[in-house]
Design a protein around this ligand. Structure first.
Ligand SMILES: CC(C)(COP(=O)(O)OP(=O)(O)OC[C@H]1O[C@@H](n2cnc3c(N)ncnc32)[C@H](O)[C@@H]1OP(=O)(O)O)[C@@H](O)C(=O)NCCC(=O)NCCS
Length: 206
């Protein structure tokens, strides 16, 4: 099913927490995404399967009996169904820099182009918000994420020793060149074109 990207909303937070716990089990305390949605420098997006919804919680029938029992009350059964979220990403805009805070995809949905889709959208968003460079930290052992970032022009700028508290692992600091230069725009355009030939997901304009 094709994926779309939209801004994260407060109704998404429980699914986002689930994805965060699965993706970053050693990270403590976990980020408070409800607060992050209020953070003026932060922007979060989610990837949803077009048309896919979460099943109602067990015991919450949506048949005629449930409608009769809850008639006149604002019951969960009367609310629109929750969209199924496959992944999310966030940035903080700090002066002219976009710092990638998180990018994660459910294990069950990895290797289907969703991480790349999220990254393309946050690069696009950073450009619109007038950031010149993008930067992030990634675990030294996280070679799959590093490979994704390298593909999009992030290069290793340094190391933060023992940055991760759970196992004192080093973080690589990775940054892009100025994302408004002709050379970066050309790289992004080419990567988007290749992406569109490979995946049936929705990209920002090419
Ligand atoms: C990193 C992550 C977001 C990638 O998401 P994904 O949806 O599986 O990635 P995609 O299918 O879009 O792959 C895009 C690129 O990522 C890299 N990549 C992703 N998974 C990889 C793997 N298992 N091995 C090597 N490269 C990998 C490749 O460069 C790939 O491009 P390619 O298909 O042309 O080789 C995902 O693995 C994840 O959520 N990991 C846990 C959380 C995490 O580590 N986040 C990064 C924090 S800094």
């Amino acid at each position: 099913m094709p994926h779309i990207i939209r801004p994260m909303r407060k109704e998404d937070v429980s699914q986002v927490n689930e994805i965060d716990r699965e993706a970053f089990p050693g990270q403590w305390p976990p980020p408070n995404y409800k607060h992050e949605l209020q953070n003026l420098v932060a922007r979060y997006i989610v990837a949803c399967e077009e048309g896919a919804v979460m099943p109602p919680p067990p015991g919450e029938a949506r048949g005629w009996w449930s409608r009769l029992v809850t008639w006149g009350r604002k019951s969960p059964a009367a609310l629109p169904p929750e969209q199924f979220i496959s992944g999310f990403a966030g940035i903080w805009i700090l002066a002219d820099e976009a710092h990638v805070t998180n990018i994660a995809v459910r294990k069950s949905h990895q290797r289907r182009g969703i991480g790349e889709l999220l990254l393309i959208h946050i690069i696009d968003l950073s450009q619109k918000l007038k950031a010149t460079n993008m930067t992030l930290e990634v675990r030294a052992s996280n070679t799959s994420a590093q490979s994704l970032y390298r593909k999009y022009g992030f290069i290793e700028m340094g190391v933060r020793k023992a940055y991760y508290l759970d196992n004192r692992e080093d973080a690589l600091i990775m940054s892009t060149e100025n994302i408004h230069t002709d050379s970066y725009q050309a790289l992004l355009k080419q990567l988007k074109e290749v992406y569109l030939q490979r995946w049936d997901n929705h990209l920002p304009s090419v």
